[in-house]
Design a protein around this ligand. Sequence first.
Ligand code: FES
Length: 315
Amino acid sequence: MSQKVRIVSVQAEAPDIKSFILESADDKPLAGFEPGAHVDVKVDDGITRSYSLINTTEYPHQYHIAVKREADGRGGSALMHTFGQGQHLEVSEPRNNFPLADPRGRSILVAGGIGITPIYGMAKSLARAGEPFELHYLARTEEVAAFVSALNDEFGDRLRPAFGLDASRVSDYLGDVLGAAKNGDHLYICGPKPLMDLGRDLAARNPALTLHLEYFSADTDLDALPKGSFQVKLARSGRTITIPEGRSIVDVLADHDIEVETSCEQGICGACLTKVLEGTPDHRDMLLSDEEHAANDQMTVCVSRSIGPLLVLDL
Ligand code: FES
Protein backbone atom coordinates (compact mmCIF):
# COMPACT_ATOMS: atom_id res chain seq x y z
CA MET A 1 0.00 0.00 0.00
CA SER A 2 1.50 3.35 -0.95
CA GLN A 3 1.54 6.43 1.25
CA LYS A 4 1.62 10.07 0.15
CA VAL A 5 4.42 12.04 1.75
CA ARG A 6 5.96 15.50 1.53
CA ILE A 7 9.62 16.38 1.95
CA VAL A 8 9.83 18.68 4.98
CA SER A 9 13.61 18.99 5.17
CA VAL A 10 16.67 18.29 3.01
CA GLN A 11 20.16 18.29 4.48
CA ALA A 12 23.56 17.84 2.81
CA GLU A 13 25.36 15.20 4.90
CA ALA A 14 28.45 14.67 2.71
CA PRO A 15 29.47 15.79 -0.80
CA ASP A 16 27.30 13.12 -2.47
CA ILE A 17 24.83 12.36 0.30
CA LYS A 18 21.63 14.20 1.18
CA SER A 19 19.17 13.28 3.87
CA PHE A 20 15.43 13.85 3.58
CA ILE A 21 12.74 14.00 6.26
CA LEU A 22 9.35 12.91 4.96
CA GLU A 23 5.97 13.47 6.59
CA SER A 24 2.48 12.43 5.63
CA ALA A 25 1.00 14.63 2.91
CA ASP A 26 -2.62 13.66 3.53
CA ASP A 27 -2.91 13.66 7.32
CA LYS A 28 -3.04 9.87 7.44
CA PRO A 29 -0.50 8.57 9.96
CA LEU A 30 2.57 6.94 8.43
CA ALA A 31 2.86 3.16 8.86
CA GLY A 32 5.14 2.11 11.71
CA PHE A 33 8.46 0.31 11.43
CA GLU A 34 11.25 -1.36 13.36
CA PRO A 35 15.01 -0.64 13.10
CA GLY A 36 16.51 -1.97 9.87
CA ALA A 37 13.36 -1.30 7.81
CA HIS A 38 13.32 0.46 4.44
CA VAL A 39 10.72 2.17 2.30
CA ASP A 40 10.43 2.08 -1.46
CA VAL A 41 10.25 5.61 -2.85
CA LYS A 42 8.59 6.22 -6.21
CA VAL A 43 11.11 8.69 -7.58
CA ASP A 44 9.45 8.99 -10.99
CA ASP A 45 7.25 6.93 -13.30
CA GLY A 46 8.96 3.56 -13.58
CA ILE A 47 11.71 4.49 -11.09
CA THR A 48 11.38 3.17 -7.56
CA ARG A 49 14.27 3.00 -5.11
CA SER A 50 14.60 1.44 -1.67
CA TYR A 51 15.98 3.58 1.16
CA SER A 52 16.58 2.51 4.75
CA LEU A 53 14.95 4.41 7.59
CA ILE A 54 17.40 6.17 9.86
CA ASN A 55 15.02 7.40 12.51
CA THR A 56 13.41 5.17 15.07
CA THR A 57 9.89 4.86 16.31
CA GLU A 58 10.31 7.80 18.68
CA TYR A 59 9.37 9.92 15.65
CA PRO A 60 6.60 7.77 14.14
CA HIS A 61 5.20 10.68 12.13
CA GLN A 62 8.39 10.96 10.04
CA TYR A 63 10.55 8.88 7.77
CA HIS A 64 14.22 9.94 7.69
CA ILE A 65 16.20 8.61 4.73
CA ALA A 66 19.57 9.40 3.14
CA VAL A 67 20.44 9.11 -0.53
CA LYS A 68 23.88 8.83 -2.06
CA ARG A 69 24.06 10.18 -5.58
CA GLU A 70 25.49 7.33 -7.65
CA ALA A 71 27.51 8.72 -10.57
CA ASP A 72 27.08 5.52 -12.60
CA GLY A 73 23.62 4.66 -11.25
CA ARG A 74 20.41 4.40 -13.25
CA GLY A 75 19.18 7.93 -12.49
CA GLY A 76 17.02 7.43 -9.38
CA SER A 77 19.49 8.86 -6.87
CA ALA A 78 20.39 11.79 -9.15
CA LEU A 79 16.70 12.68 -9.43
CA MET A 80 16.24 12.42 -5.66
CA HIS A 81 19.07 14.93 -5.25
CA THR A 82 17.10 17.49 -7.29
CA PHE A 83 14.12 17.35 -4.90
CA GLY A 84 13.64 20.06 -2.29
CA GLN A 85 11.39 20.92 0.60
CA GLY A 86 7.70 20.65 -0.31
CA GLN A 87 8.16 17.97 -2.99
CA HIS A 88 5.42 15.34 -2.86
CA LEU A 89 6.30 11.65 -3.24
CA GLU A 90 4.74 8.23 -2.89
CA VAL A 91 6.39 5.70 -0.62
CA SER A 92 5.56 2.13 0.29
CA GLU A 93 4.83 0.96 3.78
CA PRO A 94 8.11 0.02 5.49
CA ARG A 95 9.46 -3.47 4.89
CA ASN A 96 12.14 -5.07 7.05
CA ASN A 97 14.62 -7.65 5.73
CA PHE A 98 17.22 -6.65 8.33
CA PRO A 99 15.61 -6.70 11.79
CA LEU A 100 17.51 -6.76 15.07
CA ALA A 101 17.49 -10.29 16.49
CA ASP A 102 15.28 -11.00 19.46
CA PRO A 103 16.58 -12.10 21.88
CA ARG A 104 20.12 -10.94 21.20
CA GLY A 105 23.44 -10.68 22.95
CA ARG A 106 25.94 -7.99 22.03
CA SER A 107 25.42 -6.41 18.62
CA ILE A 108 28.38 -5.75 16.34
CA LEU A 109 27.21 -3.25 13.73
CA VAL A 110 29.35 -2.77 10.61
CA ALA A 111 28.51 -0.08 8.05
CA GLY A 112 30.29 0.58 4.78
CA GLY A 113 29.63 4.00 3.22
CA ILE A 114 25.93 4.76 2.76
CA GLY A 115 25.27 1.39 4.42
CA ILE A 116 25.31 3.49 7.60
CA THR A 117 21.60 4.29 7.12
CA PRO A 118 19.92 1.16 8.56
CA ILE A 119 22.83 0.68 10.98
CA TYR A 120 22.33 4.18 12.41
CA GLY A 121 18.67 3.43 13.22
CA MET A 122 19.63 0.11 14.80
CA ALA A 123 22.30 1.78 16.94
CA LYS A 124 19.82 4.44 18.12
CA SER A 125 17.40 1.73 19.13
CA LEU A 126 20.04 -0.32 20.97
CA ALA A 127 21.38 2.79 22.72
CA ARG A 128 17.90 3.76 23.87
CA ALA A 129 17.29 0.24 25.20
CA GLY A 130 20.66 0.31 27.02
CA GLU A 131 21.85 -2.77 25.15
CA PRO A 132 25.53 -3.46 24.37
CA PHE A 133 26.76 -2.71 20.87
CA GLU A 134 29.68 -1.36 18.89
CA LEU A 135 29.39 0.42 15.56
CA HIS A 136 32.23 0.02 13.07
CA TYR A 137 31.94 2.64 10.35
CA LEU A 138 34.11 2.13 7.25
CA ALA A 139 34.38 4.71 4.49
CA ARG A 140 36.91 5.88 1.94
CA THR A 141 37.58 9.07 3.91
CA GLU A 142 35.90 10.85 6.81
CA GLU A 143 34.91 13.68 4.42
CA VAL A 144 32.70 11.39 2.29
CA ALA A 145 31.08 9.70 5.31
CA ALA A 146 27.64 10.93 6.43
CA PHE A 147 26.52 11.64 10.01
CA VAL A 148 29.99 11.32 11.59
CA SER A 149 29.61 14.09 14.15
CA ALA A 150 26.02 13.07 15.05
CA LEU A 151 27.16 9.48 15.52
CA ASN A 152 30.02 10.68 17.73
CA ASP A 153 27.64 12.76 19.83
CA GLU A 154 25.09 9.98 20.21
CA PHE A 155 27.29 6.94 20.69
CA GLY A 156 30.65 8.19 22.01
CA ASP A 157 33.23 5.42 22.16
CA ARG A 158 30.74 2.84 20.90
CA LEU A 159 31.41 4.40 17.48
CA ARG A 160 34.58 2.93 15.96
CA PRO A 161 35.43 4.92 12.80
CA ALA A 162 37.66 3.08 10.33
CA PHE A 163 38.20 5.54 7.51
CA GLY A 164 40.73 5.41 4.70
CA LEU A 165 41.64 1.71 4.92
CA ASP A 166 42.71 -0.06 1.75
CA ALA A 167 41.27 -3.50 0.91
CA SER A 168 43.86 -5.54 2.80
CA ARG A 169 43.59 -3.35 5.89
CA VAL A 170 39.79 -3.64 5.77
CA SER A 171 40.24 -7.40 5.79
CA ASP A 172 42.63 -7.23 8.77
CA TYR A 173 40.41 -4.78 10.60
CA LEU A 174 37.26 -6.85 10.18
CA GLY A 175 39.19 -10.02 10.95
CA ASP A 176 40.25 -8.54 14.31
CA VAL A 177 36.71 -7.35 15.11
CA LEU A 178 35.10 -10.68 14.30
CA GLY A 179 37.93 -12.67 15.84
CA ALA A 180 37.12 -11.01 19.17
CA ALA A 181 33.40 -11.85 18.95
CA LYS A 182 31.94 -13.93 21.75
CA ASN A 183 29.32 -16.61 21.87
CA GLY A 184 25.85 -15.12 21.33
CA ASP A 185 27.07 -11.99 19.54
CA HIS A 186 25.12 -10.84 16.49
CA LEU A 187 26.90 -9.27 13.53
CA TYR A 188 25.00 -6.89 11.25
CA ILE A 189 26.64 -5.64 8.05
CA CYS A 190 25.32 -3.21 5.46
CA GLY A 191 27.54 -1.89 2.71
CA PRO A 192 28.97 -2.61 -0.71
CA LYS A 193 29.05 -6.22 -1.87
CA PRO A 194 32.82 -6.77 -1.38
CA LEU A 195 32.47 -5.76 2.28
CA MET A 196 29.46 -8.04 2.73
CA ASP A 197 31.27 -10.94 1.06
CA LEU A 198 34.29 -10.37 3.29
CA GLY A 199 32.11 -10.24 6.39
CA ARG A 200 30.33 -13.42 5.35
CA ASP A 201 33.65 -15.26 4.83
CA LEU A 202 35.14 -14.05 8.11
CA ALA A 203 31.96 -14.74 10.08
CA ALA A 204 31.90 -18.31 8.76
CA ARG A 205 35.16 -18.90 10.68
CA ASN A 206 33.61 -17.86 14.00
CA PRO A 207 30.62 -20.08 14.86
CA ALA A 208 29.94 -17.93 17.94
CA LEU A 209 28.47 -15.26 15.68
CA THR A 210 25.06 -14.96 14.06
CA LEU A 211 25.34 -13.01 10.82
CA HIS A 212 22.74 -10.60 9.37
CA LEU A 213 23.30 -8.88 6.01
CA GLU A 214 21.54 -6.05 4.18
CA TYR A 215 22.54 -5.32 0.58
CA PHE A 216 21.75 -1.81 -0.57
CA SER A 217 22.52 -2.21 -4.26
CA ALA A 218 22.71 -5.12 -6.62
CA ASP A 219 26.28 -5.33 -7.85
CA THR A 220 25.77 -8.54 -9.78
CA ASP A 221 25.94 -7.89 -13.50
CA LEU A 222 22.57 -9.44 -14.19
CA ASP A 223 22.89 -8.71 -17.87
CA ALA A 224 25.94 -10.95 -18.07
CA LEU A 225 24.06 -14.03 -16.83
CA PRO A 226 22.41 -16.46 -19.25
CA LYS A 227 18.72 -15.79 -19.73
CA GLY A 228 17.24 -18.73 -21.68
CA SER A 229 13.48 -19.21 -22.10
CA PHE A 230 11.21 -21.32 -19.87
CA GLN A 231 7.56 -21.56 -18.93
CA VAL A 232 5.73 -20.32 -15.87
CA LYS A 233 2.45 -21.90 -14.82
CA LEU A 234 0.22 -19.75 -12.61
CA ALA A 235 -1.37 -22.12 -10.09
CA ARG A 236 -4.42 -19.95 -9.33
CA SER A 237 -5.60 -19.58 -12.92
CA GLY A 238 -3.90 -22.57 -14.53
CA ARG A 239 -2.44 -20.31 -17.26
CA THR A 240 0.97 -21.18 -18.67
CA ILE A 241 3.10 -18.34 -20.01
CA THR A 242 6.42 -18.52 -21.82
CA ILE A 243 9.20 -16.31 -20.47
CA PRO A 244 11.47 -15.66 -23.43
CA GLU A 245 15.21 -15.24 -23.33
CA GLY A 246 16.26 -11.83 -22.06
CA ARG A 247 12.98 -10.87 -20.33
CA SER A 248 12.07 -11.06 -16.65
CA ILE A 249 9.11 -12.98 -15.27
CA VAL A 250 7.49 -9.79 -13.90
CA ASP A 251 7.80 -7.98 -17.22
CA VAL A 252 6.22 -10.80 -19.20
CA LEU A 253 3.43 -11.28 -16.65
CA ALA A 254 2.70 -7.54 -16.86
CA ASP A 255 2.23 -7.95 -20.63
CA HIS A 256 -0.54 -10.42 -19.73
CA ASP A 257 -2.09 -7.98 -17.21
CA ILE A 258 -0.82 -10.00 -14.27
CA GLU A 259 0.63 -7.53 -11.82
CA VAL A 260 3.21 -8.61 -9.27
CA GLU A 261 4.26 -6.03 -6.68
CA THR A 262 7.82 -4.86 -7.34
CA SER A 263 10.13 -2.15 -6.12
CA CYS A 264 13.88 -2.45 -6.63
CA GLU A 265 13.66 -4.87 -9.58
CA GLN A 266 17.22 -5.88 -8.63
CA GLY A 267 16.56 -8.79 -6.28
CA ILE A 268 17.31 -6.89 -3.11
CA CYS A 269 14.07 -5.61 -1.56
CA GLY A 270 11.77 -8.66 -1.38
CA ALA A 271 8.68 -6.91 -2.78
CA CYS A 272 8.20 -9.54 -5.49
CA LEU A 273 8.92 -12.68 -3.42
CA THR A 274 6.66 -15.42 -4.76
CA LYS A 275 6.01 -18.96 -3.57
CA VAL A 276 7.35 -21.70 -5.86
CA LEU A 277 5.10 -24.77 -5.96
CA GLU A 278 7.05 -26.82 -8.52
CA GLY A 279 10.31 -26.50 -10.43
CA THR A 280 13.76 -25.21 -9.49
CA PRO A 281 14.44 -21.48 -9.56
CA ASP A 282 17.70 -20.06 -10.87
CA HIS A 283 18.14 -17.64 -7.95
CA ARG A 284 19.77 -14.32 -8.87
CA ASP A 285 18.74 -12.20 -5.91
CA MET A 286 20.86 -10.87 -3.06
CA LEU A 287 18.08 -11.10 -0.52
CA LEU A 288 17.57 -14.75 0.38
CA SER A 289 20.11 -16.73 2.38
CA ASP A 290 21.92 -19.76 1.00
CA GLU A 291 19.52 -21.96 3.02
CA GLU A 292 16.51 -20.14 1.58
CA HIS A 293 17.90 -20.54 -1.94
CA ALA A 294 18.45 -24.25 -1.34
CA ALA A 295 14.86 -24.69 -0.13
CA ASN A 296 13.65 -23.53 -3.58
CA ASP A 297 10.19 -22.73 -2.24
CA GLN A 298 10.23 -18.98 -2.97
CA MET A 299 11.90 -16.70 -5.49
CA THR A 300 12.26 -13.08 -6.54
CA VAL A 301 10.47 -12.99 -9.85
CA CYS A 302 12.02 -9.65 -10.83
CA VAL A 303 15.45 -11.17 -11.51
CA SER A 304 15.42 -14.93 -10.85
CA ARG A 305 14.67 -17.43 -13.59
CA SER A 306 14.29 -21.20 -13.94
CA ILE A 307 16.81 -23.99 -14.12
CA GLY A 308 14.29 -26.39 -15.70
CA PRO A 309 11.69 -25.91 -18.44
CA LEU A 310 8.79 -25.14 -16.05
CA LEU A 311 8.09 -23.29 -12.82
CA VAL A 312 4.73 -23.46 -11.07
CA LEU A 313 4.16 -20.29 -9.04
CA ASP A 314 1.58 -19.41 -6.43
CA LEU A 315 0.10 -16.62 -8.54
S1 FES B 1 11.32 -6.17 -6.77
FE1 FES B 1 12.82 -6.07 -5.22
S2 FES B 1 13.41 -8.15 -5.03
FE2 FES B 1 12.09 -8.16 -6.71
